[in-house]
Design a protein around this ligand. Sequence first.
Ligand code: PBG
Length: 338
Amino acid sequence: MKNNNYGYPHTRMRRNRQFDWTRRLVAENSLSVDDLILPIFVMEGKNIIEPIASMPSVNRHSIDKLVDIVKIAQEVNIPLVAIFPVIDNKNKTEHARESFKKDNLICRAITTIKEKVPDIGVMADVALDPYTSHGHDGILNGDIIDNDKTIDILIKQALNQINAGADIIAPSDMMDGRIYLIRESLEKNGHTDTLIMSYAAKYASAFYGPFRDAIKSKGSLRGDKKTYQMDTPNANEAIREADLDISEGADMIMVKPGLPYLDIISKIKTQLKVPTFAYQVSGEYASLKAASNNGWLDFDKVMIETLLCFKRAGADGILTYSAIDVAQKLLDGYKNES
Ligand code: PBG
């Protein structure tokens, strides 16, 4: 549509930007605590809060301490936490045996949270990488990841996590057909209402480095994840992945990493019109933190700015390691005036 005037000086774009109140009035997007998902790391032991060197201010927590963090998350009204287990090396095996034990760390963590903080959503990853001695998300057959054998294990892992109390399971493994097969076994087992947030467009990214430090899988990763995670140049393929996962029974889609892949979020949202989430991953968090700790960036400002960018791209919510800080700032009426 063409506006019926001659542009400048009748039209001056700066009029709407003059005051804080005009800017607020014409803002096309906004950020609220309802958009935030907090990823947290859990480890064995008691009374432990262990810093992660490459992710300043993010820690690994024993289950008792995890509960404290989740309570804070609930107090600031964050709707959902995503829990990631740090598995002791002695429990990592070629075939990820620990991943489908009924009383493993993640299942105990989920049950405890559900018992102590019942009103917050709990999400758990379905993937084998925290549990494999080789650091891959699947079962190796020689050098090849065996898609279908991996899914058999993912199904057991998912069922255990749901029985432990998980509200959302999040397959992050990128095997073909896993959403269909997991959904089918959930239906068969009476878990008709369990949500699936699929890591549908997950790229083989170098931005996951600090996360692999956090779950202590970095040193052990044999090769790379390029035969199952997506290739950076591809966008159409991401739409196909997301479309397939929705048709196989996923309720929500995730794009990962976040900021370098805003175009993917935007395309999925406009083309498929499904609930779409972004994961601002460990390497994105670490980059902003490192620059801020050097005095080169203002962390709060760049963090809020990036989260607003996700909203502008069409994301319904964002997994961010800064969720609690951001929620506190939003509740205090923080505005991103730079
Ligand atoms: C496991 C998983 C990874 C992340 C989330 N789930 C790592 C990977 O795929 O190697 C990365 C999250 C982050 O970097 O913050 N499949």
